[in-house]
Design a protein around this ligand. Structure first.
Ligand code: ADP
Ligand code: MG
Length: 623
């Protein structure tokens, strides 16, 4: 025997140990899911074998009827799940059953709360897979032989799930994997024909290959439906079956929010089954995470995560695409720059958007969707110009209409509430909802009863840079350019403002000189009703929020000086106008400017001087 074949005892990876412990304790209430996980793995192994056979027909070894067998032995207290799928080599066994290869496991473990109910949901979402065996078993023995390897190249893996596993080479005639569970005393009630059949048809009906049990005459009986569910007519598929298929392909424990199942016939023939999950996976924002659909060609599994069918902004969608037109030997390279794929991709996008439109009819469900994936969908207008209008209808915003941070206002609702004379969609963007809600720029709009969208997600400025208009109405930031009220404007008031400006031109000039390093211009405004001053960006300049985002992303952003606007009706401004002392005039000017920057959510270049000036004036006032 060579060293590699000798029996070895190895330790689980630290994360694996932690996860095992947690899982066994938190998933016990739903223990039967272990069978779903193991059958799901066998099904994946069959898919992988079918795919490998496309290029290496020998791998079938005259055993091409792929199946999953479930057997049990009451006396020995064992339950066995066996398949003739692809199997595993020694290295693969060590890698797949000894470590958790998934990215972000450590991060995931940090998100656990210690609250059992919550954690079991999280764990389900993470997809516990093989390790769920240890919920019911105190010892697990795996015997496996990889397709194409000799009979004596098989491997036996065993573990009690407590930190270590043994591994040794054995001889195994049949290709594939056999998982023998030595059940815990309290779980031996599972060794019951009727109950096992019940669990299998509940969780594994959608598995495309036969899951087989033996009857009293020792004949094989297929327990599940064993057809590719997506090839059946919709009316023959129950909600539960759709849900279970989703869990299998998405590795998610929770039911999806919605799905769309379509068979396309004509020049191209393919079937799509697209799911909208109810919850974002913890690695939705991870850049290494693969997204996309499970691709089948004529019901043969080809690959996971075919991202060519799904644009980035819809990356939360899970599902299947089964094509009759693509060649069976299709590769990721072929998928790129392929006309057929482009056509299918456009159709998939349309389906998803219309599924979301339907989902939006149920405000509750759509609210859930929006909380999980709204920020991702907001990437849409920048990425998918062709579907911009349709995506815009799916967006939800917070606004001054409800004045809460719940994003549930549609652009259609906004437009329908626009008073006569309003021709723009107004929004304010800030770093936080509270900053947006209390922005001084809103004062005149609140006074006039004009609704303003309150934007505070990081992505919002990016979104607005690409959205530009909806229903023929342009978007207008209330903190950019002059006060654009269109026909809502009051002529008398604007004339009054012009006069004030003429009267006080010398004061404005003086302020401009003091702040010349900081501002482009200073002017009076009617934007404000209760604040003395605010900062606005020039119409074509980047907003201060956008500048901050770009700088944080390491971009070189040109310094755009803002415009300082003053409220001529405010006592502080009037006091400034009357100030004769040059030093005090400068102090007041700086304080007004710094305040305006702060109110915007900005940072002061020299906060200490602000504090000193402010305190000086406070002391003067109280004397
Ligand atoms: P996942 O299925 O999400 O990858 P699992 O914990 O269920 O995670 O399985 C881990 C890995 O072990 C699988 O990805 C696969 O490589 C391997 N594996 C598990 N069961 C089998 C099996 N029956 N046949 C072949 N490989 C298997
Ligand atoms: Mg699995």
């Amino acid at each position: 025997m060579s060293a590699a074949q000798a029996k070895e005892t190895m330790g689980f990876q630290t994360e694996t140990k932690q996860l095992l412990h947690l899982m066994v304790h938190s998933l016990y209430s739903n223990k039967e899911i272990f069978l779903r996980e193991l059958i799901s793995n066998s099904s994946d192994a069959a898919d992988k074998l079918r795919f490998s056979v496309l290029s290496q027909p020998d791998l079938y070894e005259n055993d091409s009827e792929l199946k999953i067998w479930i057997t049990f032995d009451k006396d020995a207290g064992t339950l066995t799940i066996k398949d003739n799928g692809i199997g595993m080599s020694r290295d693969e066994v060590i890698k797949h059953l000894g470590t958790i290869a998934k990215s972000g496991t450590a991060d995931f473990l940090k998100t656990l709360t210690g609250d059992k109910a919550k954690d079991s949901k999280l764990i389900g979402q993470f997809g516990v897979g093989f390790y769920s065996s240890f919920i019911v078993a105190d010892r697990v023995v795996v015997r496996t032989r990889k397709a194409g390897l000799a009979a004596d190249q098989a491997v036996r893996w065993s573990s009690t799930g407590e930190g270590e596993f043994d591994i040794e080479n054995i001889s195994k005639e049949q290709r594939g994997t056999e998982i023998e569970l030595h059940l815990k005393e309290e779980d031996k009630d599972l060794l019951n024909d009727w109950q096992l059949r019940h669990i299998i048809s509940k969780y594994s009906d959608h598995i495309t290959l036969p899951v087989v049990m033996f009857n009293d005459e020792q004949e094989e009986e297929t327990v599940n439906r064993a057809t590719a569910l997506w090839t059946l007519p919709k009316q023959d598929i129950s909600e539960e079956q759709y849900n279970e298929l989703y869990k299998h392909i998405a590795h998610d424990a929770e039911n999806p929010l919605a799905w769309s199942h379509n068979k396309v016939e004509g020049k191209l023939e393919y079937t799509t089954l697209l799911y909208i999950p109810a919850r974002a996976p913890f690695d939705l924002w991870s850049t290494t995470k693969q997204h996309g659909l499970k691709l089948y060609v004529q019901r043969v599994f080809i690959m996971d995560d075919s991202e060519q069918f799904i644009p980035h902004y819809l990356r939360f969608v899970r599902g299947i695409i089964d094509s009759n037109d693509l060649p069976l030997n299709v590769s990721r390279e072929i998928l790129q720059n392929n006309k057929t794929i482009d056509t299918m991709r456009s159709a998939v996008i349309k389906r998803i958007l219309s599924t979301l439109e339907d989902l939006a009819k149920d405000e509750d469900k759509y609210g859930k969707f929006w909380n999980e994936f709204g920020q991702v969908l907001k990437e849409g207008p920048a990425e998918d110009f062709a579907n911009k209008e349709q995506i815009a209808k799916l967006l939800r915003f917070a606004s001054t209409h409800n004045d809460t941070d719940t994003q549930n206002v549609t652009l259609e609702q906004y437009v329908s509430r626009m008073p006569e004379g309003q021709d723009k969609i107004y929004y304010v963007a800030a770093d936080s909802f509270t900053a947006a809600q209390h922005s001084p720029h809103l004062e005149i709009f609140r006074k006039k009863g004009v609704e303003v969208l309150l934007l505070s997600d990081r992505i919002d400025e990016w979104l607005m840079a690409h959205l530009t208009e909806f229903d023929g109405k342009k978007f207008q930031s209330v903190s950019k350019g002059g006060l654009e009220l269109g026909d809502l404007d009051d002529k008398q008031e604007s004339e009054k403002l012009e006069e004030a400006t003429k009267d006080k031109q010398s004061v404005l000039d003086q302020i401009k000189t003091i702040l010349s390093d900081k501002i482009k211009e200073v002017r009076f405004t009617r934007r404000l009703t209760s604040s003395p001053a605010c900062i606005v960006a020039d119409q074509d300049d980047m907003s201060p929020q956008m500048q901050r985002i770009m700088r944080a992303a390491g971009q070189n952003v040109p310094e755009n000086k803002p415009i300082l606007e003053l409220n001529p009706e405010h006592m502080m401004v009037q006091k400034l106008e009357q100030e004769q002392d040059e030093q005090r005039f400068a102090d007041w000017t700086w304080i007004l400017f710094d305040q305006a920057v702060l109110a915007e959510g900005g940072q002061l270049d020299d906060p200490a001087s602000f504090v000193t000036r402010f305190n000086k004036l406070l002391i003067e006032l109280s004397n």
